[in-house]
Design a protein around this ligand. Structure first.
Ligand SMILES: N[C@@H](CCC(=O)N[C@@H](CS)C(=O)NCC(=O)O)C(=O)O
Length: 209
């Protein structure tokens, strides 16, 4: 089988999640660090987004599809439970992390720092402040969900692959980092996850700013 290629800049939380999944599965991959909207993505992703997986003739968009393929096409540890109830429960956490937490924690809070849209390029305190209720709400339920040690059940799943990049970037921000440090499980969980070889091997370079 030709090697898999995961296309997308490594700082993208969705790209990093896919790369963690490959590492956890024990599948080597080539990283091609294209930004969203790069002309080479035309024809690979209908919206020019990242990540994209390519393996020979196979081209896949959407991180969940990519990670399902990685989990099902290769030997190695299961990245989602095979028992239907446990699988559904893990899928529930994947969905909550991707569709509820990520838009608030990354697209609203992190992006208020990363893409401030101000004349001097500094974060707008009002815009940052407006994200705080959502930040606190989502960190609170995530903290409670980590009681058992993993995001999606009793062992590593794709829910963890999605959550680690989000928490990693948040920890580097002043307000989010302080709230994470005050929580019970978030920081110990992140420290344990960062020590996993598949995570440690794929830590992206720092974000600009
Ligand atoms: N649902 C997609 C989301 C991917 C996504 O939003 N990627 C971002 C980078 S983290 C992107 O390409 N953004 C550019 C855009 O939305 O045009 C997935 O799971 O792969």
């Amino acid at each position: 089988m030709p090697p898999i290629e995961i296309i997308g800049i490594p700082q993208s939380n969705f790209v990093w999640a896919a790369r963690i999944a490959a590492g956890e599965k024990g599948v080597p991959h080539v990283s091609t660090p294209l930004p969203p909207g790069h002309p080479d993505l035309a024809g690979l992703h209908p919206l020019g987004r990242i990540p994209v997986l390519r393996q020979g003739e196979l081209v896949l968009a959407e991180s969940r599809a990519i990670m399902a393929f990685i989990d099902q096409a290769f030997d190695g540890p299961a990245l989602m439970p095979r028992d239907p109830r446990a699988a559904a429960r893990a899928e529930q956490w994947v969905s909550l992390i991707v569709t509820a937490a990520e838009p608030v924690l990354i697209r609203q809070h992190l992006f208020a720092y990363l893409f401030p849209g101000t004349a001097d390029g500094r974060p707008d305190p009002g815009r940052v402040e407006a994200t705080l209720p959502g930040l606190e709400r989502h960190l609170a339920w995530l903290d409670a969900a980590l009681e058992g040690g993993f995001a999606g059940g009793q062992a590593f799943t794709l829910a963890d692959a999605y959550l680690v990049p989000i928490l990693h970037w948040l920890r580097g921000l002043p307000l989010a980092g302080a709230r994470m440090a005050a929580a019970r499980h978030l920081v110990p969980y992140l420290d344990r996850m960062m020590a996993r070889p598949a995570v440690a091997a794929t830590v992206p370079p720092p974000l600009p700013g």
